[in-house]
Ligand binder design. Structure first.
Ligand code: PEP
Ligand code: MN
Length: 264
């Protein structure tokens, strides 16, 4: 069902208020790795509004490698995130980690994010097949493209056709970067599936200085959009600060992404 053999025409998702994801639209989503506070959201949303970025990312349930790391503000944080975003015309993408959260989060998100550690959580994918909100599935940490497409097939066959795929880097033998952003995935996925493909250069390379370059390369490779981490003070971010852009870097990147998208 997610194959081009089933549907040739590219899928375009409409989030409302003029926000569209897929062919003909450059989707930009930015925000902190973790939602941290009301004040932080205020600053980041202002940054997004100033740059006409319509989607904010930010986790409230965080999958952390260590149980002692910051694990997110939970539902209370999400409700505030949602309310503030609504007031500013911003759409929300945030990670859902387990089946029980799908229902409680439903009314407060615009796009459910399935994280790299949950790409093959088939119960979660089944549950998301039953909702009427878009789902962005990240490629598994050691996942093949075929496995990513199969994960999408779970959701699609469950009845939810509103899907986005995200290349976020895979684990390889290379240790010079956090992950290896596999830009090969973009043209291959674009050929195999009608679904929109988004690139996450932040997790893909894990090094702030190189995030803009890889973001631009992602657009040149044919991505429908870029999702990246931005924060008012990356050095103080509760998670993933080393791969997070400050507002100045983010603004410059947005300008360049639009230029590149216009001429590609
Ligand atoms: C994130 O988006 O902050 C995140 C945890 O991503 P991933 O699942 O790709 O590691
Ligand atoms: Mn992160």
């Amino acid at each position: 069902l997610v194959s081009r053999k089933w549907r040739v025409r590219p899928t375009v998702l409409d989030l409302g208020d003029g926000v569209r994801i897929g062919e003909g639209n450059l989707t930009l989503a930015a925000g902190p790795c973790s939602i941290e506070s009301e004040q932080q959201m205020e600053l980041i949303m202002q940054h997004l509004v100033d740059n006409d970025v319509r989607i904010m990312r930010g986790g409230v349930f965080k999958p952390r490698s260590s149980p002692y790391s910051f694990r997110g503000l939970g539902m209370e944080g999400l409700k505030l995130f949602h309310q503030m975003a609504r007031e500013r015309g911003i759409k929300i993408i945030t990670e859902v980690m387990q089946v029980s959260q799908v229902e409680e989060m439903h009314d407060y998100v615009d796009v459910f994010q399935v994280g790299a550690r949950n790409t093959q959580n088939f119960n979660l994918l089944d549950a998301l097949g039953g909702v009427d909100k878009p789902v962005m599935i990240k490629r598994g940490i050691s996942g093949t493209l075929e496995e990513l497409l199969s994960s999408a097939e779970y959701v699609f066959s469950g009845g939810n056709e509103k899907l986005i795929l995200c290349e976020r880097g895979i684990r390889t033998f290379e240790t010079a970067s956090r992950n290896t952003l596999d830009l090969n995935a973009v043209p291959i996925l674009k050929e195999k599936t009608h679904l929109p493909v988004i690139v996450d250069p932040s997790h893909g390379i894990g090094i702030r200085e190189y995030v803009p370059t890889m973001a631009l390369a992602g657009v040149m490779a044919g991505a429908d959009g870029i999702i990246y981490e931005a924060h008012e003070k990356p050095e103080e971010a509760a998670s993933d600060g080393a791969q997070t852009l400050n507002f100045q870097e983010s603004e410059r990147l947005i300008r360049n992404l639009r230029k590149v998208y216009a001429v590609r």
